[in-house]
Write a protein that binds this ligand. Structure first.
Ligand code: NFE
Ligand code: MG
Length: 519
């Protein structure tokens, strides 16, 4: 058996190593390792509970908005505010999170994953007047191809003019991301780490001026999503349609849903949301979400075994570097003892199976184009398509939220920090189900636990030795050339991994824990 080691995987967030054992050109076994230890749950202990909202945002520069949303929901519930956030506060939270997700999905498709399918060197043959493409051509002629190389050489299949067009979209997408970040900042105070989302609501008030500033940017982004992003994903699906059959993984999906539609139900697992909460099985059956089934296991992670299998409410983060049999700093979250994938695929499929007309009206025609049914969504391409659908659904819903805002009405609900309490915040981050849990004693944080999307997806084997979602997705893949395993990186990137989030724990002394080879 040959062994492929990709360390680190580039064009993702953070330090991920993937090992694949290959025999007869097929991956027989895979291992996903988070190789950098960090420490936020430990940092939070003993602090004012409100600090959770500021500090957990620093877990990650890509998805701080999701962490502050989860923290605010967690603190709302701990402070007895669940179901009583003023409508303006609820809507502004939705708008900030939606803008962040749009920026994030565009970032992932164009700047992280598209280069697995697009051959940038074809711009060398460009002979038109587009100044952007001509400047890329100049770079190619000078041999300055970063950040497009180094890369594993893919089996690039687009005709040259489609490749050229996609490189133009890569550059255009940078401008689009900026617009989306500006939208966030209008109601978030600043980006990337917002100042506005707080327990009780938000601190930013709506004005006609802010609504108009937000709306014209949103309109531009919606035009880009409809005319560029979604068509580009469908073009990738057309030329690389075999990736509807590659990288399926565990075929269990878990969604916390997201975007409060009325915010009234204190139970977050039942609250009315744009994207639905639930589980999705391989048979495409929708199940109800019960957070009592969530545990984190650490048999193969560098943490004390005595902490394994606990629910997040009792969770502890006790590092044990060098533990035998372990190979990752990522824990293994499990649901009812089984392996679940989270992400746009989970939230889109949960919402689709709940019969949502808007989601069906995008997914069904897209699949009809390929004469395929919803079962093909369990795949590399299915993840990309679901991400674009998720992006479009949020963007198309946001103008309605803007128009519901009522300048002059409250954005925030007063509260007192309780002596003792517990709380839970659940929301789908861009990369999937994100949960925060708090225990408060003497008005301070006694325990805080984050169970994060990439922790689910990149998890190593669990206490029953079941491989994690990414490990399962890679296993069974056919590899054409072991020295150039582009099939593996395509699957890995379809999950949009974020290792900063997945581990959320740094050594205080900044000690070197591993050496990395860039390939
Ligand atoms: Ni650091 Fe994160 C998102 C969260 S991911 S990107 O989206 O929460 O695992
Ligand atoms: Mg955690």
């Amino acid at each position: 058996m040959g062994k492929i080691v990709i360390d680190p995987i580039t064009r993702i967030e953070g330090h991920l190593k993937v090992e694949a054992m290959v025999e007869g050109g097929e991956v027989k076994e895979a291992r996903s390792s988070g190789t950098l230890f960090r420490g936020f749950e430990i940092i939070l202990r003993g602090r004012d509970p409100r600090d959770a909202n500021r500090i957990t945002q620093r877990i990650c520069g890509v998805c701080p908005t999701s962490h502050s949303t989860a923290a605010a929901l967690c603190l709302d519930s701990a402070f007895g505010l669940g179901g009583s956030i003023p409508d303006n506060g609820r809507l502004i939270r939705n708008l900030i999170l939606g803008a962040a997700h749009i920026a994030d999905h565009i970032l992932h498709f164009y700047h992280l994953t598209a280069l697995d399918y697009v051959d940038v060197t074809k711009v060398a043959k460009y002979d038109g007047n587009d100044t952007t493409l001509n400047s890329v051509k100049d770079f190619i002629e000078r041999g300055e191809l970063g950040p497009f190389v180094p890369r594993y050489e893919g089996d690039y299949r687009f005709p040259a003019e489609v490749d050229q067009q996609l490189v133009g979209h890569y550059i255009e997408a940078l401008r689009m991301r900026r617009k989306a970040q500006e939208m966030c900042a209008i109601f978030a105070g600043k980006m990337p780490h917002n100042m506005s989302i707080v327990p009780g609501g938000v601190t930013e008030i709506p004005t006609v001026d802010k609504i108009a500033s937000f709306l014209w940017r949103l309109n531009e982004l919606r035009t880009f999503i409809d005319n560029v992003y979604l068509p580009d994903v469908l073009a990738a699906a057309e030329f690389y349609s075999d990736y509807f059959e590659i990288g399926a993984g565990c075929r269990n999906l878990l969604s916390y849903g997201g975007y409060e539609l009325d915010g009234k139900d204190p139970d977050l697992t039942r609250r009315k949301r744009l994207f639905k909460q639930g589980t999705v099985s391989a048979e495409l059956k929708l199940g109800t979400l019960d957070t009592g089934y969530i545990t984190e296991e650490v048999k193969h992670s560098w943490y004390e075994d005595s902490t394994s299998g606990r629910k997040p409410t009792q969770g502890e983060t006790m590092p044990k570097e060098g533990k035998s049999g372990a190979y990752s700093w990522i824990k293994s979250p499990r649901y009812d003892g089984r392996v679940y994938e989270v992400g746009p695929l989970a939230r889109v499929m949960a919402t689709y199976l709940a019969g949502d007309e808007k989601v069906k009206s995008i997914v069904d025609p897209a699949l009809a184009k390929f004469k395929a049914g919803p079962e093909v969504m369990f795949s590399t391409l299915g993840r990309h398509l679901a991400r674009a659908v998720s992006c479009k659904v949020v963007a198309d819903t946001m103008p309605g939220w803007l128009l519901e805002l009522k300048p002059g009405e409250p954005v925030y609900q007063e509260y007192e920090i309780p002596e003792e309490s517990t709380g839970m915040g659940l929301v789908d981050a861009a990369r999937g189900a994100l949960g925060h849990w708090i225990e408060i004693k003497d008005k301070r944080i006694a325990n805080y636990q984050c169970v994060v999307p990439s922790t689910w997806n990149m998890s190593p084997r669990d206490d029953k030795d079941q491989p994690g979602p990414l490990e399962q997705a890679i296993t069974g893949t056919r590899i054409k050339d072991e020295a150039n395993p582009f099939e593996i990186v395509r699957i890995v990137r379809s999950f949009d991994p974020c290792l900063a989030c997945a581990i959320h724990v740094i050594t205080p002394k900044g000690r070197i824990l591993g050496k990395y080879r860039v390939s």
